[in-house]
Design a protein around this ligand. Structure first.
Ligand code: SF4
Length: 195
């Protein structure tokens, strides 16, 4: 488009006036005045521990669905907990990718059992799993508990079953687990969180 010097200054002045008015809020387009919605604004915060390794970093999980009846809940964001004494808000790359684990199609959500000789796993209920574990532990302890050693000294040992506690245990649950297992006479006991 051809334009002389006078027309050029006229166009510039018009454009400047238009954009200034828009910045002052007189724009017919609301877009300039609109603030962006923060994606966590309506999320519920839940504190937890990273499930991956024995460092036990603290995390905050943000979930949609404020427990209203018609709201479908879903975890939409996970980040390090700045108040947690272990990691002070930081996460390693594995922890930073926790959201993928939460939504993974192959994540195991229920107890499963593979019977002796079977080549497939069967899903069972939590009640069944806990009853089964308790039954097997009791039977094994009854069979193998050693009250006294060869010299007649009281030892109260149960050496045929072991326990591995999870890395995400708190101090309190770790303490209680230790007490319960030792009170049964179990000596083979370890905790993943022992770094
Ligand atoms: S964030 Fe990384 S270092 Fe921390 S517990 Fe998870 S896997 Fe371990």
């Amino acid at each position: 488009m051809d334009m002389d010097r006078r027309q050029f200054f006229k166009a510039c002045t018009g454009g400047l006036a238009g954009s200034s008015l828009a910045l002052l809020g007189f724009s017919p387009e609301a877009v300039l005045a609109e603030t962006r919605n923060f994606k966590l604004t309506h999320a519920t915060e839940t504190r937890n521990t990273c499930t991956y390794c024995s460092v036990g970093c603290g995390i905050i999980m943000y979930g949609l669905g404020d427990k209203a009846k018609n709201a479908a809940s879903a975890i939409i964001h996970i980040e390090g907990d700045p108040d947690h004494p272990v990691n002070r808000g930081t996460l390693c790359p594995k922890g930073a990718a926790l959201l993928d684990l939460v939504h993974s199609q192959s994540r195991l959500k229920y107890p499963q059992v593979r019977e002796a000789g079977a080549d497939t796993w069967t899903t069972i209920s939590w009640d069944e799993a806990l009853d089964r574990i308790a039954r097997l532990m009791k039977d094994d302890r009854d069979r193998h508990f050693v009250a006294r050693n060869g010299e007649g000294a009281t030892v109260n040992r149960w050496l045929s079953t072991g326990m591995l506690a999870a890395s995400a245990s708190s101090n309190e649950s770790g303490y209680l687990t230790h007490k319960v297992m030792r009170s049964l006479g179990m000596l083979i006991f370890d905790n993943q969180a022992r770094v």
